[in-house]
Design a protein around this ligand. Structure first.
Ligand code: SF4
Length: 441
């Protein structure tokens, strides 16, 4: 006689914030699936809803509180986790009905809270987890988190107080996870952390056995080994330490994508000092030139803060000149926003909002112009493109210079026969400020 299993509880998930938070959400869901829970794509079908919050900026906190409010209104049974878990009192004051509040990376606590809120019926005995874990990103690319926390103390940032000092994962564990992801269909690994170039500092770069040899817990060694697995490897959140130079030859060899995401934040010495970040911007310009000699196709993405307290017109003009010379491929900018608990709030000489706006507009105009010129130079070339989505006739994808979500896209015509995850050679026919247009060969 067939055994009729009671249907397991269903969990809804709202994941806010950065890719690092997305990875946490994936881990939580993977654990819940392995415990037998099912996922609900909507509020109505969920027995309990998890809201994984972001507390980086005040605007992100407000967005998190709104998401909690929406989940309570729509479902009523809500567990809050993530960065805002540190502010349990604020959350409980506004939403006394939340079932539990847990902090970032407290996987066991949040999973325990789900077990309390929606207990599993006794006979869910199947292993429901696919080998790659459960993913919220499309199957063909995956975020790979290599460490947690940060040893820096940038004055505008509260991440170290939310997430603590750097804690690196073992290199063999990261590589094993990467192998599983690739076996399950991942064709692009996006390496993330708060500070990728600091990887392994906390564990003194200790080597671990890996496939009959040893691999050090060091960005260079890890990148090389990841590169050997056969997927695209993209490095994010790289702090410009001198040893970053060592990964550029790996890009020239084709082991790692010629792409570096380095949040420079500013170029003026004065502002960098106030931000408590290293101030060696002229050396950085020389290094960028050198990187381009070794790996001519390298795409450099960065973010900058304008209107930081104490930023003078001269500081901003210096940043603009620096950007003209650096000719970065992709630039994101933020107007400085005081974040509760950040040291920068106490700095003198805050910049008036209208000046922040005006500087932001000037910076965006310059960087859009540089981006358009750089993309125009790609017209007529053949580039490898990874396909993200396919329509009836066309498709969208990304070149090696484009990370998902944050950079541009390549729009393809006559590409309805392709599938997400395909990597194809594309003849580039046109370009605008952010995107390329082409046809598969
Ligand atoms: S390096 Fe990044 S995470 Fe670390 S303190 Fe600075 S801004 Fe925050």
């Amino acid at each position: 006689m067939a055994t009729i299993l009671p249907s397991p509880p269903r969990v809804g998930m709202v994941s806010l914030g950065c890719p690092k938070n997305l990875v946490d959400s994936e881990r939580i869901l993977t654990k819940l699936r392995s415990d037998g829970y099912q996922m609900s794509p909507d509020y109505a079908g969920a027995d309990v809803v998890l809201v994984n919050t972001c507390g980086f900026l005040d605007s992100a906190k407000e967005e998190s509180l709104e998401a909690i409010g929406e989940a309570i209104a729509e479902n009523g049974r809500v567990i809050v986790t993530g960065c805002m878990g540190k502010e349990a009192e604020t959350i409980r004051a506004r939403f006394p009905n939340v079932l539990a509040v847990t902090g970032a990376h407290q996987y066991e606590e949040v999973v325990g809270a789900v077990h309390d809120a929606a207990p599993m019926p006794p006979s869910a005995f199947l292993n429901l987890v696919p080998d790659s874990g459960l993913k919220l990103t499309p199957r063909h690319y995956s975020y790979l988190k290599i460490s947690e926390g940060c040893n820096h103390r940038c004055s505008f940032c509260i991440i170290p107080s939310l997430r603590g000092d750097l804690v690196s994962r073992r290199p063999d564990a990261i590589l094993r996870e990467a192998e599983k992801l690739i076996a399950a269909g991942t064709r692009e690994l996006l390496v993330i952390s708060q500070d990728t170039s600091a990887y392994g500092v906390d564990i003194r770069h200790q080597p671990r056995p890996w496939h009959g040899a040893e691999v050090r817990a060091h960005m260079t060694d890890l990148s090389r080994e990841l590169g050997k697995l056969g997927a695209w490897v993209r490095l994010h959140y790289v702090y410009p330490y001198p040893h970053v130079d060592q990964v550029i030859p790996l890009m020239a060899e084709g082991l790692v994508l010629p792409y570096l995401d380095i949040p420079f934040q500013h170029a003026s010495r004065n502002v960098l000092k106030l931000m408590k970040r290293p101030a060696n911007e002229t050396k950085v310009l020389e290094r960028i030139k050198n990187w381009r000699t070794i790996a001519p196709d390298i795409a450099i993405r960065s973010t900058f803060v304008v209107g930081f307290p104490g930023e003078t017109e001269d500081d901003f003009a210096y940043l603009m000149d620096w950007l003209e010379e650096a000719r970065l491929d992709r630039v994101g900018a933020f107007r400085f926003e005081p974040v509760e608990g950040a040291a920068a709030n106490a700095l003198p000489n805050h910049v008036p909002e209208e000046i922040k706006e005006e500087r932001y507009a000037r910076l965006m105009e310059l960087t859009a112009c540089i981006s358009a010129e750089k993309l125009q130079a790609k017209v007529g070339r053949t580039l490898d493109v990874i396909i993200d989505a396919v329509g009836e006739d066309g498709a969208t994808g990304r070149s090696k210079a484009d990370a998902p979500e944050i950079d541009g896209e390549v729009h393809l015509r006559d590409a309805g026969h392709l599938s997400p995850g395909d990597i194809v050679a594309v003849s580039i026919e046109d370009a605008d400020e952010h995107d390329l247009y082409g046809v598969p060969l």
